[in-house]
Design a protein around this ligand. Structure first.
Ligand code: NAD
Length: 485
């Protein structure tokens, strides 16, 4: 199929590709080269109104489809994503700056897996029933909500966009979806794929624009009954303040400042390989990255030596080069933010053990936004660097003496998204996992994902859980019917 990318991207509303009603566009830049290569609609509430009308019109028929019909269409979408893996991966990398091998191995395959997973999930999603001895029986219908809003960030563009859209559609809702204005292209291409896959017009509407003009219009629209949002804690707070008084269902997947706890008795080689990933994968721009590495004191020097040795050899550069371990930071604004965080760490007394500087490749990527993987030591837990999310290739390392101290350091954060624990002592691992204030804990691994498990954070990392039945429950309204004998 034709997945060419036009200079002016369009919204996908009611099955048609149309420009923004205002006629205004936003520049879209390739972060690896610094060049603008496309423009995207700067949509606002007027475009959202049109999209909601289209979605409402489609809802009656879509919500009445059989699960078998939805299963078939969602599987068609998954198959088309797989069939166009190369084009989609290149589009993702051009838009986001991540290495092409990563887009090919993770982002795009995961997008099709999301559709396949929820296509199957809806076939198994059953109503609950509770019988009251011989007096009555209750059964709980799980009905689609209606028109729902899905808003996603730039770090895993198609991956997280589809993680919301797939369960929403599977459950029989119609969707108004907004990708990040920083990485809009694969979402635009998804519209073409859905049309080709036979998704009826208006069931999925993809509207582009900023958080302020387009995102807020979705959140404020009275006929959009649920909002599934992934992004910063700051935006999540704003969205909650708008949506809560309207009594909308809300799922908020927000920021993190995740601890990675390493004990001397761990499988050293595996820990080193996985800690490289958990620190710097996707340029450290994964909400699950472990940005606070806590190491048992008797292993600290050894860890430092080996870890720095590997990190200084990591190649940062052209995302199209198969040997690049790290690509570009997503945008100039985010590059400036991360560099500023490194300066703050220095001002706070942090010692830069390696990295800390911008990388200036030669050739095609000379004007791109690249930062060296950076390791900082010597900072306490209460400083800005160890409290605020940086969301870049920057980690701190800190020693600890006891299990209780490790827990105290790990839990001293307003965030509570994910944590890793490295030890061969299974009792210690289970004890720590039970005490961590974190929605997700990985023991002796990182980012091993089973899509059936509850995904989400505690504290300022969010409200609610995605994945598996949690996602299908979120995107349905429960109605209990009690029948007395
Ligand atoms: P962001 O909050 O700036 O934007 C996310 C999305 O929300 C974008 O589409 C944006 O346009 C939109 N938006 C912004 N303000 C809005 C508003 N007031 N109303 C409606 N929509 C609005 O986040 P980002 O910079 O794109 O992404 C990085 C952040 O996302 C990090 O904090 C990261 O930790 C977080 N994140 C969390 C998870 C998770 O699962 N918990 C996953 C990935 C990223």
């Amino acid at each position: 199929m034709n997945l060419s990318i036009p200079y002016h991207l369009e919204n996908f509303i009611g099955g048609n590709f149309i420009g923004p009603l205002s006629g205004n566009f936003i520049d879209n830049v390739n972060p690896a080269t610094g060049e603008m290569y496309a423009q995207i609609p700067d949509s606002n509430s007027k475009d959202i109104n049109v999209a909601v009308k289209a979605a409402k019109k489609a809802f009656t028929a879509w919500s009445a489809t059989t699960v078998q019909e939805r299963f078939t269409i969602l599987n068609n979408i998954a198959a088309l994503i797989d069939a166009n893996l190369d084009e989609l991966a290149l589009a993702e990398t051009t838009d986001n700056g991540k290495p092409l091998w990563l887009s090919k191995q993770v982002d795009i395959p995961r997008a099709s897996a999301n559709f396949r997973f929820f296509a199957t999930g809806i076939m198994h999603f059953a109503n609950e029933s509770h019988s009251m001895e011989d007096k009555a029986v209750n059964y709980t219908l799980r009905q689609p909500i209606g028109v729902v809003g899905c808003i996603s960030p730039w770090n895993l563009p198609l991956y997280l966009f589809t993680w919301k859209i797939a369960p929403a559609l599977a459950a029989g809702n119609c969707v108004i979806a907004k990708p990040s204005e920083v990485t809009p292209v694969t979402a635009f291409l998804l519209g073409k794929i859905c049309k080709e896959a036979g998704l009826p017009d208006g069931v999925l509407n993809i509207v582009h624009g900023t958080g302020q003009h387009c995102g807020e219009a979705i959140v404020k629209h009275p006929e959009i009954k649920a909002i599934s949002f992934t992004g910063s804690t700051r935006a999540g707070e704003r969205i909650a303040s708008v949506a809560a008084p309207m009594f909308k269902k809300l799922s908020l997947e927000l920021g993190g400042k995740n601890p990675n706890i390493i004990f001397n008795d761990c499988n050293w080689e595996k820990m080193l390989t996985q800690t490289i990933r958990s620190s710097f994968a996707n340029q450290g721009q994964i909400c699950l990255c472990g940005s606070r590495v806590l190491i048992e004191r008797n292993a600290y020097d050894n860890f430092k030596k080996h870890f720095i040795d590997i990190v200084t050899k990591m190649k940062v550069g052209d995302p199209l080069d198969e040997t690049s371990k790290q690509g570009a930071i997503v945008s100039k604004a985010h590059f400036d933010k991360v560099m500023n965080c490194i300066n703050i760490a220095k001002e706070e007394g942090g010692k830069i053990l390696c990295g800390g500087k911008a990388v200036k490749p030669t050739g095609r990527c000379a004007n791109g936004y690249f930062i060296e993987p950076t390791i900082i030591e010597g900072l306490g837990q209460n400083c800005k660097t160890n409290q605020e999310e940086i969301f870049g290739p920057v980690i701190t390392i800190q020693p600890f003496d006891t299990v209780e101290e490790a827990l105290q350091l790990a839990n001293n954060s307003t965030y509570g998204l994910a944590a890793s624990v490295w030890t061969q002592d299974i009792s210690k691992a289970n004890y720590i996992a039970s005490k961590l204030e974190s929605g997700i804990v990985w023991v002796n691994c990182w980012l091993v994902r089973d899509l059936r498990t509850p995904f989400g954070g505690m504290k300022n990392s969010g409200v609610g859980r995605e994945g598996g039945w949690d996602a299908l429950r979120f995107f349905t309204e429960a109605k209990n019917i009690c029948v007395q004998f």
